[in-house]
Design a binder for this molecule. Structure first.
Ligand SMILES: *[C@@H]1O[C@H](CO)[C@@H](O)[C@H](O)[C@H]1NC(C)=O
Length: 324
């Protein structure tokens, strides 16, 4: 059962009662449109790390520094999405990041609003690479796997390349789309860690007219599902599914948004059910407003060599991630 609050939001979104966000700053879209694609660097990636929780700042800081030390990283942009964080804390964080012993520059950018669509602003004045790595502030990936995932993306620049996969499916009885995990296939990769062409940020934010505007409005109404919409955008553009890469070592410190999806599945079943229900609803709505279902299945996982091991931090314990 969805909570009453969630139901109200879903109904409000259904009937268009929640204000629909307009596309991004037209100037930013114009600048992105005019960006010289040939001049973008192809040998390095810009890391876009989402930050929200003040309690995770020490972890965010150490992850940002680790990324900045990788030879494939051109710069790290920490995108702060919590509008209620005191400016004093953000000033301190910006200072701390700028003086840390990093290699590539690290900057802190405050999101212009709480909209999750801001995660995919094209930022032509900050991004000068062909690819971006979108990641959360609670997922730690070893440097070799980071580089390997980038190599996989380089060979498949039109696809999303991620470490965490999910699926859409059709519930034939209820005749509705659902969000699920299949053991043998997937059609969605999560923004916990995902490489993509910077061009897709532009397509998500600036292209697609009224249909995409309505789809972005759904993201704002449910405060969720922006990652699913990005998977729609990529599949529509490239006509293929995403790619899944196996990492040697992943620490997933857990994200409230993804609770009940990864690792230990104890005491979270109702939350998990609600989360999945809402994500399934988003898939159905995106299909409805965009007028088609572009998501496609991919199969298998690309691994560097043997010895892959996933570790998840859940409920105070380190456990093996369930990759099945
Ligand atoms: C900044 O660094 C100082 C000194 O290490 C630390 O005490 C403080 O908590 C940090 N603040 C933020 C917001 O990162």
């Amino acid at each position: 059962m969805a909570s009453p609050a969630a139901t109200v939001i879903l109904l409000a979104a259904l009937f268009g009662l929640v204000s629909i966000s307009k596309s991004a700053d037209p100037q930013e879209c114009a600048a992105a449109r005019n960006q010289n694609q040939q001049a973008l660097r192809r040998d390095k990636v810009t890391v876009l790390m989402n930050g929200f929780s003040e309690s995770r700042i020490p972890l965010l800081h150490s992850l940002a520094v680790a990324y900045s030390l990788s030879p494939i990283v051109s710069s790290v942009l920490v995108l702060w999405g919590n509008p209620s964080t005191p400016p004093r804390v953000l000033r301190q964080l910006a200072r701390n990041l700028s003086i840390s012993s990093s290699s590539a520059p690290i900057s802190l950018l405050s999101q212009p609003s709480a909209s999750l669509n801001n995660r995919f602003l094209p930022r032509p004045s900050h991004i000068s690479t062909d690819s971006v790595l979108i990641c959360d502030d609670d997922v730690e990936v070893d440097s070799k796997s980071l580089e390997f995932a980038f190599r996989v993306w380089e060979k498949n620049p039109n696809r999303l390349v991620g470490l965490f996969a999910r699926s859409h499916d059709l519930d034939l009885n209820r005749r509705e789309w659902i969000y699920t995990v299949h053991p043998d296939r997937f059609s969605i990769v999560l923004t916990k860690f995902m490489f993509l062409r910077a061009r897709y940020l532009y397509l998500y934010t600036c292209v697609g007219g009224a249909r995409m505007e309505r789809a972005r409005g759904i993201v704002d109404a449910v405060r969720n599902c922006e990652d699913l919409l990005m998977n729609f955008v990529m599949a529509e553009e490239a006509q293929v599914g995403p790619l899944l890469v196996g990492a040697k070592r992943v620490m997933d410190y857990g994200d409230a948004r993804n609770d009940g999806e990864e690792g230990v599945r104890v005491g979270l079943s109702s939350r998990k059910g609600e989360h999945r229900k809402r994500r399934g609803w988003c898939i159905g709505e995106f299909h409805r407003v965009l007028g088609r279902m572009p998501l496609r299945y991919s199969y298998g996982k690309i691994v560097d060599d043997v010895g892959e091991q996933g570790l998840c931090y859940k409920g105070g314990k380190i456990v093996f991630c369930d990759h099945s």
